[in-house]
Design a protein around this ligand. Structure first.
Ligand code: HEM
Ligand SMILES: [Cu+2]
Length: 567
């Protein structure tokens, strides 16, 4: 491979790109195309639907965040002094339901995936624009039902709805909550379907499978899980309804049922679903790391195939949530081994991102700060998953704060951080404007510090034996709990800040121009914000993804380095 000399003009984002006056917002763009309420609520433009999701999931993030704040306040002292234990149960259920089903599952796919996937493959829209709108309406109806449930006093089963409590004993509004989750599930099935058909049928000329950006690959793998896994959740939920309303004896042992059956069905969806809640984040990180290292991604096909491998193996490990339910020791061993196996494709990704940065020309803009935070935090989350996957260890740690810390490191340290990386990376594309650089960096640092202070002590608490889901605890756990609550306040500030400077940028942000980061990828070749049909002419793709060496060579008037990768 010929080498191309380092060029500072290329290797740093062009300073002038965001100078006012250099660029203007294009008169014809998807935002200027209609300002009435109905032009939004009846839109079939994937970009507008992405924005509808952005607003609605932010709302649920705030609700889930409010519940979390109240929990951390309660846990600042050992006694249950703010909430009765049963109200505390409702609080963590509201937190889990809002965050998982109404924020994290739709976050990257429904907002960034909707907005970017068609543009990244050079398409005018998703394959089924009306079904895309239907997905959002299903989400909105389900969300409204969830709000009604919370307003009517909430549910106390936990987000996992374990039987026989949910099917027989709980006195709260389980029926409506389950209906809400059932409907939200269909929203996600339709989104997955749309992504799969779009990737198969709508790629621009020259956009071969192995030229697709890794963000598209990861959303494709996610879509597979959405359409294969979510129906199982829907059925499990229907069975709980049937049991609750008609008492037909699926989960109740008195009628020949088996309560553990529910856990099998629930985790058969919900373990793969944790990959719905991380794979799209992996995609964001692949894009951000390459763009801010100015280097072609290392091991493109390994990253692409590892997403598919994770989607596949993810369906084989659900039993690691059930080691203490009395499954057979041999069953447990198999689930344990398979869970170790899934760490392999995950580790491949981390290795490849680090190799991508190696000898890259790195610039520490806000999206990159979030991406670097992601790598560190997700690594801790993933590795502690292996502790839990070791059966003997899990018997000690199951249902303790160690588990809470593990999944928050992957879900918040991982996916939420990736979501923020993505929002900060593509915000100029979505809105045409840059946000405040200083404030965004401050918020990235606050999120990182606040996050670690909140959740690291929870590993220790769990190891020391503090169980999850209680409003009160013995005095000796107070110090670590106070640290955690203090961290949560910092984290809350870190999460609230973007709301202000991002919204403010809509009025006074510098005009971004088509490609403020100097990044590769079709989305940077159209205007910011893009026109309604994304491109004035259908793009013809002649290069691999992330051809930073080619871009640099073109810029310096040198011959392009020979491509040794895919075609
Ligand atoms: C490296 C791969 C991973 C392994 C081996 C792993 C392993 C485990 C194990 C064994 C448990 C059960 C602990 C227990 O209840 O005793 C668990 C819980 C959990 N993990 Fe992971 N995990 C991994 C990655 C992830 C990812 C990527 C996510 C989400 C993005 C995630 C989210 C969760 C959640 C939500 C729970 C607990 C659910 C609950 O009981 O409420 N994990 N993990
Ligand atoms: Cu799992």
């Amino acid at each position: 491979m010929t080498t191309v000399p380092f060029d500072p003009a290329f290797d740093r984002p062009p300073e002038d790109a965001s100078t006012p006056g250099e660029h203007t917002i294009p008169a014809d763009n998807y935002l200027s195309n209609g300002h009435s309420i109905s032009s939004w609520l009846l839109t079939v433009d994937h970009k507008r639907i992405g924005i509808l999701y952005l607003i609605s999931i932010t709302f649920f993030f705030a609700i889930g965040g409010l519940a979390a704040t109240l929990m951390r306040l309660e846990l600042a002292t050992p006694k249950a002094d703010m909430f009765e234990p049963d109200n505390y149960n409702k609080l963590f259920t509201a937190h889990g339901v809002a965050m998982i089903f109404f924020f994290l599952v739709p976050s990257v796919p429904a907002v960034l995936g909707n907005f970017l996937l068609p543009i990244m493959i050079g398409a005018r829209d998703l394959a089924f624009p009306r079904i895309n709108l239907l997905s959002w309406y299903l989400y909105a109806i389900a969300g409204a039902m969830a709000i009604v449930v919370f307003a009517m006093g909430g549910v106390d089963t936990g987000w996992t709805f374990y039987t026989p409590y949910s099917s027989t004993f709980s006195n709260t509004n389980v029926v409506l909550a389950i209906c809400a989750i059932f409907i939200a599930g269909f929203s996600s099935i339709f989104t997955g379907l749309n992504f799969i058909v779009t990737v198969h049928t709508m790629r621009a000329p020259g956009m071969t499978w192995f030229r697709m950006p890794l963000f598209v690959w990861s959303n494709y793998a996610t879509a597979l899980i959405m359409i294969l896994g979510t129906p199982v959740l829907a059925i499990a939920m229907l069975l709980v309804l049937a049991e609750r309303l008609a008492g037909i004896g699926i989960f109740d042992p008195r009628m020949g049922g088996d309560p553990v059956l529910f856990q099998h069905l629930f985790w058969f969806y919900s373990h793969p679903a944790v990959y719905i809640m991380i794979l799209p984040g992996f995609g964001v990180i692949s894009e951000v790391i390459t763009a801010f290292s100015r280097k072609k991604v290392f091991g493109y096909s390994f990253i692409a195939f590892s997403s598919l491998a994770i989607a596949l193996i993810g369906f084989l490990v659900w039993g690691h949530h059930m080691f203490i339910t009395g499954i057979s020791t041999y069953g447990g061993m198999v689930f344990s081994l398979l869970s170790f196996l899934i760490a392999v494709p995950t580790a491949i990704k981390i290795f490849n991102w680090i190799a991508t940065m190696y000898k890259g020309s790195i610039s520490l803009d806000t999206p990159m700060l979030y991406a670097l935070a992601f790598i560190g935090l997700f690594l801790i989350g993933g590795l502690t998953g292996l502790f839990l996957a070791a059966m003997g260890m899990d018997i000690h740690l199951h249902d303790t704060y160690f588990v809470i810390a593990h999944f928050h490191y992957v879900m918040v340290g991982g996916m939420v951080t990736a979501y923020l990386a993505g929002i900060h990376f593509w915000w100029p594309k979505m809105t045409g404007r840059m946000y405040n650089d200083v404030w965004s960096k401050i918020s990235a640092v606050l999120v990182f510090m606040g996050f670690n202070l909140t959740f690291f002590p929870q590993f220790l608490l769990g190891y020391l034996g503090m169980p999850r889901r209680y409003a009160a605890y013995p005095d000796e756990f107070q110090l670590l709990n106070v640290l955690s609550s203090a961290g949560a306040s910092i984290l809350a500030v870190g999460f609230a800040l973007p709301l202000f400077y991002l919204v403010k940028s809509l009025w006074d942000g510098k005009v971004a121009g088509p490609n403020p980061w100097g990044a590769a990828g079709l989305e940077w070749q159209t205007t910011s914000p893009p026109p309604t049909f994304n491109f004035d002419e259908t793009p013809i793709v002649t290069q691999e993804a992330y051809a930073y060496d080619d871009i640099r060579a073109d810029k310096l008037g040198l011959p392009r380095p020979e491509n040794k990768g895919h075609h």
